[in-house]
Design a binder for this molecule. Structure first.
Ligand code: GTP
Length: 408
C-alpha cells in the first residue's frame, strides 16, 4: 500500500464572508427532503407491554387495539418475526418507522435457543445490505438493518434470568441493545433502585455490551449533562400507556391506581421520558451510525473473512483481490482440464472414423477382387463356348451327324 503523506494543516482566518457556515443547513434541507428511516426491534416475553410501549413512544396506534388486552398465556410454537411499518410525520419531517416484534420469545418450556431466530433475522438483514453493497448498481440501497433492540426485562425485582443473560450475551455485538424494565409501575421506587443495581451487576459480570450514548470531547456541557442523565437511568424503568387519565382536571397519559396515577410523561414517575429522549429525540442518528460503522462493519469483516477473503490485522482493510486471483486460477485450471478432455475425445473420434474408413476400403477392395474373378471366370466360359461352337461349324462336323449344338 502507498505511504500516506501527511500534509501539515494550517489554521487560516478568512478575510471576508465565504458562506460555508451554511453547510449544516444544506445537509438539513437535503435530509428533510429525503426523509428519515429507523428500524426498532422489541424483544421480551409476551404480555410485558412491548406493543403498548411502541404505541406510547411514537404516540400512534402502530399496534391497533392492544392497550386493553389482558396478558396472554398462550404459547406459540416458535419465535416469530413480525414486522410493522408506518410513515409518520412531525412538523414536515417524515420518518419511516419499522418495528420488528418477536412473539413467542421466552414463552416455551425450554427457551434455550429462543435467541437464535432473532440473531438470524438481524444477520439476514446485514446480509441483504451487504449483497446490495456488492452490486454493480448501488444507487438504491434499501436499509432494513435493525438500529436498536429494546429488551424487556420482567419486573421480578430479583435479578436477570438465565434467558435474559443468554439473549443479551448472544445479541450484544450484533445490535444496539437497550434493556428496559417492563411495567415498572408494579415495583416500588426502592425495588426499582435495587433491581437496576443487580441488573447492571449482572451485565458487567457477563461482559455484555449494551448501548450507551457516547461522549465526545467537543460536546458542550449541556449535552454532556444530558448524556450523563440518560446513562444514569439505564436500564430504563418504563411504564407504557396510550390511554389518557384525569389528573386534577388535566388529561395525561398514564395508569390509574386506587392510590394515584402513574404518569408516563413524568420523569419523577418513570424513565419513559429519558428512553424516548435517547431513542427518538437525541440519539436516533447515533444509533444508526453505530449500527453502520461498528456493528455492521464487524459483521461484514467476519463474514468476508469466513468466506476466504483476506482481512488486515487491524480489521479495516479487506483485500478481495487475493480471493479473486484464487478464483481466476481455479477457473483457468478448470478450462485447461476441459480443453484437454475435449482434445482427447476429438482424437479418439478421429481414430475411430479412420478405422471405419479403412475397414470399408478393404471391404470394397475385396468385393472388387471377387467381381473381377467372376468376370474372368465368365470370360473363360464364353471363350470355351466359342471354341466349341467354332469347332462344330457346318462343313466341319463329322459326316452323318446333325449340327445340334448351334441352337442349344
Ligand atoms: P404480546 O403481544 O403478547 O407479546 O404482548 P406485549 O408485550 O405486546 O404486551 P401488550 O402491550 O399487549 O400489553 C399487555 C398488557 O399489559 C395489556 O393489558 C396492557 O394494558 C398492559 N400493560 C402494558 N404496558 C404496561 C405497563 O407499563 N404497566 C402495566 N401495569 N401494564 C401494562
Amino acid at each position: 500500500m502507498a505511504d500516506v503523506v501527511s500534509i501539515p494543516i494550517v489554521k487560516k482566518k478568512l478575510a471576508g464572508y465565504v458562506g460555508f457556515h451554511n453547510l449544516p443547513n444544506q445537509v438539513h434541507r437535503k435530509s428533510v427532503k429525503k426523509g428519515f428511516q429507523f428500524t426498532l426491534m422489541v424483544v421480551g416475553e409476551s404480555g410485558l407491554g412491548k406493543s403498548t410501549l411502541v404505541n406510547t413512544l411514537f404516540n400512534t396506534s402502530l399496534y391497533p387495539n392492544k392497550e386493553n388486552k389482558e396478558p396472554t398465556h398462550e404459547s406459540p410454537k416458535t419465535v416469530e418475526i413480525q414486522t410493522i411499518s408506518a410513515d409518520i410525520e412531525e412538523n414536515g419531517v417524515k420518518l419511516k418507522l419499522t418495528v420488528i416484534d418477536t412473539p413467542g420469545f421466552g414463552d416455551f418450556v425450554n427457551n434455550e435457543e429462543s435467541w437464535r431466530p432473532i440473531l438470524e433475522n438481524i444477520e439476514a438483514r446485514y446480509d441483504a445490505y451487504l449483497e446490495q453493497e456488492n452490486r454493480v448498481n448501488r444507487k438504491r440501497i434499501v436499509d432494513t438493518r435493525v438500529h436498536a433492540c429494546l429488551y424487556f426485562i420482567a419486573p421480578t425485582g430479583h435479578s436477570l434470568k438465565p434467558l435474559d443473560i443468554e439473549f443479551m450475551k448472544q445479541l450484544a455485538g450484533r445490535v444496539n441493545l437497550i434493556p428496559v424494565i417492563a411495567k415498572s409501575d408494579t415495583l416500588t421506587e426502592d425495588e426499582i433502585k435495587a433491581f437496576k443495581a443487580r441488573i447492571l451487576e449482572d451485565i458487567a459480570y457477563n461482559k455484555i455490551q449494551i448501548y450507551q450514548p457516547p461522549m465526545y470531547d467537543n460536546d458542550d456541557p449541556e449535552t454532556v449533562q444530558e448524556n450523563k442523565d440518560i446513562i444514569s437511568r439505564i436500564p430504563f424503568a418504563i411504564v407504557g400507556s396510550d390511554k389518557e387519565v384525569d389528573v386534577g382536571g388535566k388529561k395525561v397519559r398514564g395508569r390509574k391506581y386506587p392510590w394515584g396515577v402513574i404518569e408516563v410523561d413524568n420523569e419523577d414517575h418513570c424513565d419513559f421520558v429519558k428512553l424516548r429522549q435517547m431513542l427518538v429525540r437525541t440519539h436516533m442518528e447515533e444509533l444508526k451510525e453505530y449500527t453502520n460503522e461498528v456493528l455492521y462493519e464487524s459483521y461484514r469483516i467476519s463474514k468476508l473473512a469466513r468466506g476466504g477473503y483476506e482481512v488486515s490485522s487491524d480489521g479495516s482493510a479487506l483485500n478481495p483481490l487475493s480471493k479473486f486471483e484464487e478464483e481466476k486460477l481455479a477457473h483457468e485450471q478448470k478450462m485447461a482440464k476441459m480443453e484437454a478432455e475435449m482434445k482427447a475425445v476429438f482424437q479418439q473420434k478421429v481414430a475411430e472414423k479412420e478405422a471405419k474408413l479403412k475397414q470399408s476400403e478393404e471391404e470394397l477392395y475385396a468385393r472388387h477382387r471377387e467381381m473381377k474373378e467372376q468376370l474372368e471366370k465368365q470370360r473363360l466360359e464364353l471363350e470355351e463356348k466359342k471354341r466349341r461352337l467354332e469347332s462344330g461349324r457346318p462343313g466341319t462336323p463329322e459326316k452323318g451327324k446333325k449340327n445340334k449344338g448351334l441352337f442349344k
